[in-house]
Design a protein around this ligand. Structure first.
Ligand code: PGA
Length: 253
C-alpha cells in the first residue's frame, strides 16, 4: 500500500554511527556533512551519535539543516540506573531522534519488544521521535518466518495506537544485511515494507515513515528509494564517510 500522491513523502536519511568516532573524527565528518548538506535537497538528514558526542553534535549542527539523535534511551525518567540515559537528558541536547530496539541491542542486551515499546513511549514523552527498528535473522527468513517475527516485534508498538505511531519512524533492518555488505534486494525490502505499511494502516497510521537499513550505500540507494513504501534509510558504515552519506541522500529521485 503506497501513500497517497497528494501527500509527497519526505525522505529521511539517518546515520547510525554505532560505537565509532572521536571528537576529532566527528568534527571532520560533521563539517563535511554541513558543507555538502544542500546536495540532499528536500531529503531530511540526521545522525545518531554515541551519547558522549551529543553535545558536540548539538553545538556543531544547531542552525544547520542536519538533525541529530541518540542510539538508545532508558525507559526510566531518573533514579538509580547506573549507565542509563533518560529521554529528558537527550532532549537537553536538542536530540530530535532516538533509535529504539536496534537489532544489536535486541541481540546483545536482550531487549524485548515490550521493552522497546516502553523506550518509544519514554522518547515520545520527552518530545523525541523514536525510530523503532525491526528485522528478522537469516534463520528466520530461511524458515519462512520473516513476517511472523517482524509482526511479533511490531505488536507492542502497534498497540500504542495511531497518535503515537504518527509521531514515530519505523526502520526495517534485516539482521542478515547489517554490516555484511549483503543488502536486501529492493523487491525483498519492499515486500516487508508493504507488510509493515499494511499493519500501520490498520491502526490508522499509514503515513508513518518506514526506513530501510542494512548495507545501504550510494550504489544501491536509488533502487531502494524507488520502492513505494521505502521512505528513507538508516545507514551504518556508510554514514561515517560524509561524501558517501550525502550521495545516499542525493540518490532520492
Ligand atoms: P550498516 O548498518 O549500514 O553498516 O549495514 C545499518 C544499521 O545497523 O543501522
Amino acid at each position: 500500500m503506497s501513500q497517497t500522491p497528494s501527500q509527497p513523502r519526505k525522505f529521511l536519511v539517518m546515520g547510525n554511527w554505532k560505537m565509532h568516532g572521536s571528537l576529532a573524527d566527528n568534527a571532520a565528518l560533521l563539517s563535511g556533512l554541513v558543507a555538502g548538506a544542500q546536495r540532499a535537497g528536500d531529503v531530511q538528514l540526521a545522525v545518531c551519535a554515541p551519547a558522549p558526542y551529543l553535545d558536540q553534535a548539538c553545538r556543531t549542527l544547531t542552525g544547520t539543516a542536519i538533525t541529530w539523535g541518540a542510539q538508545d534511551v532508558s525507559v526510566h525518567d531518573r533514579g538509580a540506573y547506573t549507565g542509563e540515559v533518560s529521554a529528558a537528558m537527550l532532549a537537553d541536547f536538542a536530540c530530535s531522534w532516538v533509535l529504539c530496539g536496534h537489532s544489536e541491542r535486541r541481540a546483545m542486551h536482550g531487549e524485548s519488544s515490550a521493552l522497546v515499546a516502553a523506550k518509544a513511549v519514554a522518547a515520545l514523552g520527552a518530545g523525541l521521535t523514536p525510530v523503532v527498528c525491526v528485522g528478522e535473522t537469516l534463520a528466520d527468513r530461511d524458515a519462512g518466518q520473516a513476517e511472523c517475527v517482524i509482526g511479533d516485534q511490531l505488536d507492542p508498538i502497534l498497540a500504542l495506537g495511531a497518535d503515537a505511531l504518527s509521531r514515530m519512524v519505523l526502520a526495517y533492518e534485516p539482521v542478515w544485511a547489517i554490516g555484511t555488505g549483503r543488502t536486501a534486494t529492493p523487491e525483498q525490502a519492499q515486500a516487508v515494507h508493504g507488510f509493515i505499511r499494511a499493519a500501520l494502516a490498520k491502526q490508522g497510521a499509514a503515513q508513518t515513515r518506514i526506513l530501510y537499513g542494512g548495507s545501504v550505500k550510494a550504489a544501491n540507494a536509488a533502487a531502494l528509494f524507488a520502492q513505494p513504501d521505502i521512505d528513507g534509510a538508516l545507514v551504518g558504515g556508510a554514514s561515517l564517510i560524509a561524501d558517501e552519506f550525502l550521495n545516499i541522500a542525493a540518490s532520492v529521485a
